[in-house]
Write a protein that binds this ligand. Structure first.
Ligand code: PGA
Length: 253
């Protein structure tokens, strides 16, 4: 059975004190995670060690970074390596978020290097893919996402691919209040799984979790998660409010 995951992406929000409060509020909600369900919290770099220590006695709760360097170590001022993340106990790392691709010019080739370094350090990549509005309007989103997968993931082995989580995030739905319809999400998730099956085999495809991201909220999460190929969500805005985030986690059931 593949994992069902709700991951909160805080982006560049909250102070340390606010972040601690948010994690404590989430933990106090008393979520009962079922077998195979996970909650992942992606904090800014400076809070990762603290987040890890707050979550350490809570099975099913994991910490993610929002990025890592494409280089191993050395003279890269301001960068944070996958090895550093591993050394503070980080479990997952978001790689290739559309904001990184757009504002920091991260190419599919650079993202492939990040994926490799994360895996080499025992950190599971949450690999983001998804098309901009003009591609959706031209109805070429499948080709667009297929290229993202090919250029950043297809060099992996099937064994490595099993440690990758894929997040489909249509860019036109991120932070806009527009959500992909349940049918649009299911269509793309099924397409992604078929591409994975094609390249890595059926077993790997059935194993890989594919999350939906883009204006997911308590009010639409149940419908999105009810699709057979939607294995949870990557949540931005709603992950900053404990009640909203925990309500979304409950929709995994
Ligand atoms: P959103 O962000 O939920 O605020 O749309 C999702 C994301 O960017 O991961």
């Amino acid at each position: 059975m593949r994992k069902k995951i709700v991951a909160g992406n805080w982006k560049m929000n909250l102070t340390l004190a606010q972040g601690e409060q948010l994690i404590n509020d989430i933990l106090q909600a008393g979520l009962k995670l079922e077998e195979g369900q996970e909650v992942v919290i992606a904090t800014p770099f400076p809070y990762l060690a603290k987040a890890k220590s707050l979550l350490k006695n809570y099975p099913g709760f994991y910490v993610a970074a929002q990025n890592c360097s494409s280089e191993k170590s050395g003279a890269y001022t301001g960068e944070v390596s996958a090895e550093m993340l591993q050394s503070v106990g980080v479990d997952y790392v978001i790689i290739g978020h559309s904001e990184r691709r757009e504002y920091f010019q991260e190419s599919n080739a650079v993202l492939a290097k990040k994926v490799d370094l994360a895996l080499a350090n025992g950190i599971k990549p949450i690999f983001c893919c998804g098309e901009p509005l003009e591609i959706r309007q031209a109805e070429t989103q499948n080709d667009y996402v297929a290229t993202q997968l090919e250029e950043s993931l297809y060099h992996l082995t099937a064994e490595q691919l099993k440690d990758v989580v894929i997040a489909y995030e249509p860019i036109w739905a991120i932070g806009t209040g527009l959500t992909a319809s349940a049918a649009q999400a299911q269509d793309m998730h099924a397409f992604i799984r078929s591409r994975i099956a094609n390249k890595f085999g059926r077993e790997a495809a059935l194993h890989v979790s594919v999350l939906y991201g883009g204006s997911a909220k308590p009010g639409n999460a149940a419908e999105l998660f009810s699709n057979p190929d939607v294995d949870g969500g990557l949540i931005g805005g709603a992950s900053l409010v404990a009640a909203d985030f925990t309500a979304i986690v409950q929709k995994l059931a």
